[in-house]
Each structure stands twice: as C-alpha cells, then as structure tokens.
Design a protein around this ligand. Structure first.
Ligand code: RB5
Length: 150
C-alpha cells in the first residue's frame, strides 16, 4: 500500500518508528511531517497529507500529533477527507468498516508504540462494508458539499 504519514513536533519518534514498521511490511510511506522536535504547527503536515489522499496520490494517510485531535481536525477541513482520531484498534477497524475513513490519527502523548501499531494494522486490514454505511458516508460528503442534507 502507498501511504502518507504526517506529524508535528510531539510525534517525531512515533512517526519514525511507524514508518519503519510499515516499510518492513512492504508498504511505501511518504513522510510529510516534521523530523525535529522544534515547535511545528500540525495543520501544515495535516494539509499536505490530506491533499495527497484527496488527490488519490496515496491510498491512505496516517497523522500523529500530541493527542491526534488537532491534526485530525485540520485534515477533515480538506474536501474528500474522512480522518478519524482513534486511541484504540477497535475504533480504528470500525472507522474503516463503517465510515470508510481514508485517514487515521492518534496521539504520541496518548497511545503507546504497540497500541499505535495495532491501531494502524486494524485500520489497514479492515475493508469498508458498504450497504447502509455507504448511504451514511454519502450523507457526510453531502454535508461537506452543500452544508445541508436532502
Ligand atoms: C502540541 O503541543 C499539541 O497541542 C499538539 O500536538 C496536539 O496535541 C494538538 O491537538
């Protein structure tokens, strides 16, 4: 799978370890996050990563900040993005199965390294179930387009 990964200063170590973990498994991982611990605003890497996902340059995106919240909020402002902030693997699996989340986010200050790997694995190994969930995902995207629902 071709993926993008982005982060702020709070998540450099987790980003590096996850990138290596995914590459060992044969995935291609493009890093658009910061590589230093100098203060770095998470919206910058959220936007870069989200644009790549929205333009279908990659199949999905992983975002990490201190909590996973700020960086997911920023990514969700890009049209076409459904980024779920998840702190455990069950939600990560369900957000692919039910919400067709094309990005996932979590926080280096919240989850441990093994939990982060489990979150990424759960999201990557799951498949969108479609059916009633497709109607609901379409409603999310309709709100994005029209700020309304039919
Ligand atoms: C940075 O200190 C921190 O606010 C950021 O990483 C993130 O947790 C925001 O949501």
């Amino acid at each position: 799978m071709k993926l993008v990964i982005g982060n702020d200063h709070a998540a450099v170590e987790m980003k590096n370890e996850l990138k290596a973990y995914l590459e060992e498994k044969g995935h291609e991982v493009i890093n658009v996050g910061t590589d230093t611990k100098e203060s770095f605003d998470y919206a910058i890497s959220a936007l870069k990563a989200a644009k790549m996902v929205a333009n279908n340059e990659v199949e999905g995106g992983i975002l990490i900040c201190g909590t996973g919240v700020g960086i997911s909020l920023a990514a969700n402002k890009v049209k076409g993005i459904r980024c779920a902030a998840c702190s455990e693997p069950v939600t990560a699996r369900l957000t692919k199965q039910h919400n067709n989340a094309n990005m996932i986010a979590f926080g280096e200050r919240i989850v441990g390294m093994e939990e982060a790997k489990a979150i990424v694995d759960a999201w990557m190994n799951a498949e969108f179930e479609g059916g009633r969930h497709e109607r609901r995902v379409n409603q999310i995207m309709e709100i994005e387009k029209t700020q309304d629902l039919k």
